[in-house]
Design a protein around this ligand. Structure first.
Ligand SMILES: [Zn+2]
Ligand SMILES: [Zn+2]
Length: 184
């Protein structure tokens, strides 16, 4: 599919706030340094970005992407049932970035390209974040059961959201071409 710049005669379309922050989470995911699927996260309060994160080994440790494997013989940090992941998940990295810089996360929301795993969901809840917006579902079975118990306890809400085709096309056109030029 070819991304095209909308013609000037068409009414300009703008992303909703949810679409805007999810697009930022997707951009953060482009920085992922783990060979597992890329994940990006953005913590937002009052429509202001507080912190961003993507999945990768802790700061200072070699990137899975540069050494060519997560563990020797393991193509993904999430590929083994026995070895713990080397990667810090995107949500945890965003929370760590906020902590490192002394930014309060109470009452914030988080936008993530993948539904948080239980470890991250627990961190998110304990960091005072009550609303989670995600693109792709993740938890199933017992993990979904525990997630649902947190929801039932009123600790957190989760909502799956999708960027509209028209907005995705606009963003792609902005990325593929110089953005700030006169409309033709
Ligand atoms: Zn990895
Ligand atoms: Zn996680």
């Amino acid at each position: 599919m070819q991304a095209t710049t909308p013609k000037s005669s068409e009414a300009p379309i703008r992303p909703t706030w949810d679409e805007y922050f999810m697009m930022l989470a997707k951009l953060a995911a482009t920085r992922s340094t783990c060979l597992a699927f890329p994940v990006g996260a953005v913590i937002v309060k009052d429509k202001q970005v507080l912190a961003t994160g993507y999945n990768g080994p802790p700061a200072g440790s070699p990137h899975c992407t540069s050494q060519g494997y997560c563990y020797p013989g393991l193509s993904s940090c999430d590929a083994s049932k026995y070895m713990p992941s080397r990667a810090v998940h995107a949500e945890a990295n965003a929370l760590a970035q906020a902590a490192k810089h002394g930014i309060a996360t109470a009452g914030a929301r988080i936008y993530v390209t993948l539904e948080p795993c239980l470890s991250c969901l627990k961190l998110v809840i304990s960091a005072g974040i009550r609303e989670v917006f995600y693109e792709t579902p993740f938890n199933s079975g017992e993990s979904a059961f525990i997630r649902n118990s947190f929801i039932a306890e009123g600790l957190v809400s989760l909502k799956q959201i999708q960027i509209s085709e028209a907005i995705a096309q606009k963003a792609a056109a902005f990325l593929l071409n110089p953005t700030s030029v006169k409309p033709r």
